[in-house]
Design a protein. Structure first.
Length: 262
C-alpha cells in the first residue's frame, strides 16, 4: 500500500472541495442554510490532512520494525521515527530529491525503498559508501582493505525464543554499534539474486567482497546471520533513500525502550 499516494489523493480531494465551496458553492447557498455533509466533512478534514502530509513528507515519518534483522539495535515491534530531511528534501510520492543537505554516513541506520520492490520499506545500517570496497569474509568486516575493529560483549539473550547469540561491538568511522553473530551459521552467503552491478561482487564459501558503484550504498543488518541485505539483493540506489532512523517512541512489549535509539 502506497500510503503517501493515498494521503496525497485525500489532500487533493479535500482541498478541491474546500476551494470550490469558498469560491463557488458558498456564493449560491442561502445564508441561513448549513453546509451539506459532502462539503462540511472535507473542509473539516483538510487542515488535519495537510498537517499530517507536510510532517510525514518533509520532516518525520513513523515506522514499525517488522523483523529481527536489526537486533540488538532495533527489536521486532519497535515504533521508530525517521528523519526525512537529513539526507535532503524530496518531493512526496515520487521521492525525487530537490534540495541536497547531507549524505549518508557509514554507521547510519537508514530506511530505504527495497530495490526489487519500491513499495516496500527496508531498514539496515549503512556499511559502504559509493566507491568503497567491502569484504565480509569469515564473519569479519573489512572496509577498503582495513579491518573494522570489534570487541566481544556479553552474549545476547533473545527473550522471545530464550536462546543466546554472540554479541560484539563494532566501530565504523569511530561510531560504535552492537551486532550479533551466530558461530554455527556458515560464513558464505547461501544465495544471491541477479541484482544490478552483480559483477561488482565476488562470492565464495568464506563470504563476499563488493565494490560499491557510484550513487549506491551497501547495507547490512546488525543481526548478521539473520539478515537479508546487500550481500543477497545488492546495492541501494541513492534515489531509494527515505531517511535516517533516530528515535524509538514505543514498543508494546518493551516500554522502557522509549527514546533509547539515536
Amino acid at each position: 500500500m502506497n500510503f503517501a499516494l493515498i494521503l496525497f489523493s485525500l489532500l487533493v480531494i479535500t482541498g478541491l472541495v474546500t476551494l470550490a465551496d469558498r469560491f463557488i458553492f458558498s456564493k449560491s447557498r442561502p445564508k441561513e442554510a448549513g453546509e451539506p455533509w459532502w462539503i462540511e466533512y472535507p473542509k473539516s478534514f483538510f487542515p488535519v490532512i495537510l498537517i499530517v502530509f507536510v510532517l510525514r513528507s518533509f520532516l518525520f515519518e513513523p515506522f514499525k520494525i517488522p523483523s529481527g534483522s536489526m537486533i540488538p539495535t532495533l527489536l521486532v515491534g519497535d515504533f521508530i521515527l525517521v528523519n526525512k530531511f537529513t539526507y535532503g528534501i524530496r518531493l512526496p510520492v515520487i521521492n525525487k530529491k530537490i534540495v541536497d543537505i547531507n549524505l549518508p554516513k557509514r554507521g547510519d541506520v537508514m530506511v530505504f525503498r527495497f530495490p526489487d520492490d519500491t513499495s516496500l520499506d527496508y531498514i539496515k545500517r549503512v556499511i559502504g559508501l559509493p566507491g568503497d570496497k567491502i569484504s565480509y569474509v569469515n564473519k569479519r568486516l573489512t572496509l577498503n582493505g582495513k579491518d573494522i575493529p570489534v570487541k566481544a560483549m556479553e552474549d545476547y539473550l533473545h527473550k522471545e525464543r530464550i536462546y543466546y547469540s554472540k554479541q560484539f561491538s563494532e566501530s565504523i568511522d569511530g561510531r560504535e554499534h552492537a551486532l550479533l553473530v551466530d558461530p554455527e551459521s556458515p560464513p558464505g552467503v547461501p544465495f544471491a539474486t541477479a541484482f544490478r552491478f552483480r559483477d561488482n561482487c565476488i562470492y565464495n564459501s568464506a563470504g563476499v567482497t563488493c565494490t560499491v558503484p557510484p550513487g549506491h550504498y551497501f547495507m547490512m543488518g546488525d543481526n548478521r546471520d539473520n539478515s537479508s541485505d546487500s550481500r543477497v539483493w545488492g546495492f541501494v540506489p541513492e534515489d531509494n533513500i527515505v531517511g535516517k532512523a533516530f528515535f524509538i517512541w514505543f514498543n508494546f512489549n518493551e516500554l522502557r525502550r522509549f527514546g533509547t535509539f539515536q
